[in-house]
Unconditional design. Structure first.
Length: 262
């Protein structure tokens, strides 16, 4: 993998993807966008990956979006279509990975960086983080899918307010909006995200993947279909060894504290 996108697999089931252009606040040029898309595609078929963390190199930025020093020279509608198709498809693939994803946001996540963060299942920010849908300041809208994701996360009126403001939001604002799940001290985003990821990776992987599948079913299908998706996921888990072992551990704990079984 190129040095602009680092992909590190660990034996504990946690994979870390790092945007590694700190000299450009981890902005993505076209080559880095392609490598990001390839990295996400490579993860889809990895059974050893239980959780993916995305983060940025250094302490200044998670990802500051597209690299305008390059993109400013790509001025046609065809150029724009190619770029948003590449990244829009990559973020849809990220969103649909079968295992949980965590954005460990250290520093700036602006424009396209905020779009990447919203495509993750969970978001952890440090106190210095600034996430902003600042596209309007460049006379643009989101193009990688963040408009629809923001709408689903915060509702129509609040999404309208955020996109029209074009302002960077701090950690406390992000938590109040529900866009950040945890806030940690500056410089501890990746370490804290790893602890969170490990706690998830220790859970039965089939159950973790099923939880993501049933929740995405509710987002992407009508209510009746989503209920059937949830119902179909349950029986294989019921008969699996992980469930039988969990039941045995439950009764063993009860015996140790001398509780009656009924």
């Amino acid at each position: 993998m190129s040095q602009s996108i680092l992909l590190d697999h660990h034996s504990d089931g946690v994979t870390v993807l790092t945007f590694n252009r700190p000299q450009a606040l981890n902005a993505l040029d076209t080559a880095s966008m392609r490598l990001f898309a390839q990295a996400i595609e490579s993860l889809r078929q990895r059974p050893d990956c239980r959780v993916l963390i995305l983060t940025g190199a250094g302490q200044e930025a998670f990802c500051s979006g597209g690299d305008l020093s390059e993109l400013r020279h790509k001025t046609s509608a065809e150029d724009a279509r190619a770029m948003i198709t590449l990244m829009g498809d990559a973020l849809l693939a990220l969103e649909r990975l079968p295992f949980p994803t965590i954005a460990a946001i250290n520093g700036y996540a602006l424009g396209g960086g905020s779009e990447i963060a919203l495509a993750c299942d969970l978001r952890l920010v440090d106190q210095a983080a600034r996430l902003g849908f600042v596209q309007i300041n460049m006379a643009l809208t989101p193009g990688w899918g963040a408009g629809q994701r923001l709408l689903r996360l915060v509702g129509y009126a609040r999404a309208m307010e955020i996109l029209l403001a074009g302002a960077a939001m701090n950690a406390d604002q992000l938590r109040q909006l529900g866009l950040a799940h945890h806030v940690v001290p500056q410089g501890q985003a990746l370490e804290s995200a790893r602890e969170w990821a490990l706690s998830i990776a220790r859970r039965p992987p089939d159950v973790v993947r099923a939880i993501k599948t049933l929740l995405q079913g509710g987002l992407n299908h009508d209510y009746d279909t989503a209920l059937m998706i949830e119902r179909d996921l349950f029986p294989p888990l019921w008969e699996a060894d992980a469930h039988h072992q969990a039941v045995e551990r439950f009764f063993q704990r009860r015996k140790r504290v001398n509780l009656p079984e009924d």
